[in-house]
Structures are given as structure tokens and as C-alpha cells.
Design a protein around this ligand. Structure first.
Ligand SMILES: Nc1nc2c(ncn2[C@@H]2O[C@H](COP(=O)(O)OP(=O)(O)OP(=O)(O)O)[C@@H](O)[C@H]2O)c(=O)[nH]1
Length: 352
């Protein structure tokens, strides 16, 4: 199965939500006859009966779809103010956020306003627009010649830090890099154990410290050891207790201070892990963590099976922070580089 297909299958809730929304937008106003002019100059005509779904026999086959102009036999609706407003609503419901939804809708309207548009044309236009926003932020985790490259991983509890560290460690190891993990959330035995499980899965050593000990001291020891061992990468897990923001801020600042005693340029990356299922709350988390730590890039987890995938568009539009990877499941291989085109097509429910 191609990765795009896998991504699309896994993001089915987002793509269903947006795709169905777009279909309804067009078919609500122009269900019966694709060539009957749609209502103009007002709100979309609410049809008294639900739009009849196209019988299978009326759907073009593969060849028909290949050779006929895309969307040629589909219902069309004039792209007017009412339809644009409905489009904005669909995008807001998909967690794109109000500002981004308005901007995306306005861009789609450009050159299309007043013209008749089909649902599949709308999907393609939306996919193009989303890909345009996402392309600048799609950047793999930068790798530097520094040894070890220190990657500090931050994020609220439960966002998927441990899982992401395990997945990344496994990928780097497979690429021939030697990786060391430091279990920096020393206050939670369960978090340390979970990281050890992932370390075993990835075949990577996990350095731990006694429960309740100073995370900065562990970070220092881990850095010194990773350096002495000639490791390529040191990934440091951290606590995510936002409830006590001042403490967390101090804890992270202290980790950075001690790392800089070993290498003034460390940490070389500060990865913020975000949970896609929290939707617009992810925006607030970026705002908070950018104040606490010098966030250099994002990983968005749990994109599988959430209807809130649009939040990624909102994040890219608002902050422009690099998105290094996306998590699409709980298994070790379920972390993919972020591909803006694939993501855009999967988000809007395009088949190819
Ligand atoms: N479906 C899905 N689940 C994920 C993904 N990433 C992580 N999870 C799950 O999310 C839950 C929390 O993940 P953790 O990696 O433990 O999160 P954490 O941020 O380290 O959390 P704490 O250990 O509480 O600090 C676990 O049940 C993971 O299996 C993903 O991409 N998709």
C-alpha cells in the first residue's frame, strides 16, 4: 500500500468530515440537474428533500473518469457569498481556525467567484490551497555534524512524546545513526518505564535516573556519556506538567543551562510534540511552549482517526514553525515525514 493511501485511510475522519462538507455544499443547492442555473444573489436554496445520491450505475467507471473532464457531469453551484460562508464553516469545523478558514476561502474564491464549481473541483482547489500553506513548513528534522546532536523533546503529558522519541530513535537507528535516549521525566516512574519499553523496541539505550532526581543532572550525565561514547544523537524526554507552568519553565531552563555547559550550542533542536486530537488547543500549546522553550520544530501525533487534522493548517498558517513529522498510529513505523501534498489530499478526501 502506498504511503498516501495509508495516510488517507488513517486520516479518514478528517477527510470524511471535510469531504462530506464540501459535497453537501454543492449538492444542497444544485442536487437535481447539473445544468440548471444555481440560485444567485442570496442564501443557498435549501432543498426540501435530501439530495439524491448518484446511483452506482450513473457513476463514471475508471476509464470514464480518466478521459472525461474531471467533474464534468457533477452537480455545480455558483460560488457566491453564501457558498463561501458555508465553506468557511466547513473549514472551521475541521479545526482550521477562523483566520485560516477565512484566508483559505478567500483564496479559493479568487478567480472562481461567480463561476459554477463542482464538489470535486472544490476539493482540488482546497487541496492546492492547503498544500500551498503547508509546503514551506514541511521540513525534516535537520541533522548537523555535531556529535552528539541534542534533541530536546517537549510537550504536555500524553501528547505522544515517549512514542515519538521511540519512533524517531528507531528510524535514526535504521539509518545507521547511534542514538541515546535520556528519560528526563524523572518524577513519573511510569513515563520512564514506557520510555524503556520504546528503547528496547528501537534497540537504543535509555539512560535513567532515580525517581524524583533532578532532570537537569540526568541531562548533563546523559550528554557527557553520549559524547564520550561518540553517539550521533541524544534525545531527551522532558516532563509536560503544564499545571505548574513556572516549575516546568524553570526545569526546562535548567536543563538547557546544564547542556550548554557541555556544548554552548545545545540543544540543537527543541521538538514540540502536539496531539492532533486536541484540535485548536494545539495552538494554545504552541503559544505556551514557545514562551517556555525555544521551540525549533513540531511533530503532530494522533492524526489517525481524528476529525481535527485541519489544525495543522492553522498551525502552519499562524506560526510557520517547521513540521518535521506526523504520527499516524501507535506502532513503531507509524511516524512519517510530513508531505504537504499527500497531507492536503488526504485531508480533503481526494483519492489520488
Ligand atoms: N493513535 C495514535 N496514538 C498515539 C500516537 N502517538 C502516541 N499515541 C498514543 O498516545 C498515548 C500517549 O503517548 P505517550 O507517548 O505516552 O505520550 P507522552 O507525551 O510521553 O505522555 P506522558 O508519558 O504522559 O508524558 C499512548 O497511548 C500512545 O500509544 C499516534 O500517532 N497515533
Amino acid at each position: 500500500m502506498s504511503f498516501f493511501k495509508k495516510l488517507r485511510d488513517k486520516m479518514f475522519r478528517s477527510s470524511d468530515k471535510i469531504g462530506e462538507g464540501l459535497d453537501a455544499l454543492v449538492s444542497d443547492a444544485a442536487p437535481a440537474d447539473p445544468f440548471v442555473p444555481a440560485a444567485t444573489g442570496g442564501a443557498p436554496q435549501a432543498s426540501s428533500a435530501p439530495a439524491p445520491s448518484q446511483p452506482d450505475s450513473a457513476k463514471p467507471g475508471l476509464l470514464g473518469r480518466l478521459f472525461s473532464a474531471p467533474g464534468a457531469d457533477e452537480p455545480r453551484r455558483e460560488l457566491d457569498d453564501a457558498m463561501l460562508e458555508s465553506l468557511e464553516d466547513v473549514l472551521i469545523q475541521a479545526d482550521m481556525g477562523v483566520d485560516t478558514a477565512l484566508r483559505v476561502s478567500a483564496n479559493i474564491a479568487e478567480g472562481r467567484y461567480g463561476k459554477k464549481i463542482s464538489a470535486s473541483e472544490l476539493r482540488r482547489a482546497l487541496a492546492t490551497e492547503v498544500a500551498r500553506i503547508m509546503t514551506p513548513v514541511a521540513q525534516p528534522l535537520p541533522l548537523y555534524p555535531t556529535k552528539p546532536q541534542v534533541v530536546l523533546v517537549v510537550g504536555v503529558n500524553g501528547s505522544g512524546k515517549t512514542t515519538t522519541i521511540g519512533k524517531l530513535a528507531s528510524q535514526f537507528k535504521a539509518a545507521g545513526k547511534s542514538v541515546v535516549i535520556a528519560a528526563g521525566d524523572t518524577f513519573r516512574a511510569a513515563a520512564v518505564e514506557q520510555l524503556q519499553v520504546w528503547g528496547t523496541r528501537a534497540g537504543v539505550p535509555v539512560l535513567t535516573a532515580p525517581e524524583g532526581s533532578d532532570p537537569a543532572s540526568l541531562a548533563f550525565d546523559a550528554f557527557t556519556k553520549a559524547r564520550a561514547d561518540g553517539a550521533d544523537l541524544l534525545m531527551i524526554d522532558t516532563a509536560g506538567r503544564l499545571q505548574n507552568r513556572a516549575d516546568l519553565m524553570e526545569e526546562l531552563a535548567k536543563i538547557v543551562r546544564v547542556l550548554r555547559k557541555v556544548d554552548p550550542t545545545a540543544p540543537h533542536n527543541t521538538l514540540l510534540v502536539l496531539d492532533a486530537t486536541t484540535g485548536q488547543n494545539a495552538i494554545a500549546q504552541v503559544e505556551i511552549f514557545r514562551k517556555i522553550a525555544d521551540v525549533s520544530g513540531l511533530v503532530m501525533t494522533k492524526l489517525d482517526g481524528t476529525a481535527k487534522g485541519g489544525v495543522l493548517v492553522s498551525l502552519a498558517d499562524k506560526f510557520g514553525l517547521p513540521i518535521h513529522a506526523i504520527g499516524v498510529g501507535e506502532q513503531i513505523d507509524d511516524l512519517a515525514p510530513f508531505d504537504p501534498e499527500d497531507f492536503a489530499r488526504a485531508l480533503v478526501g481526494l483519492d489520488t
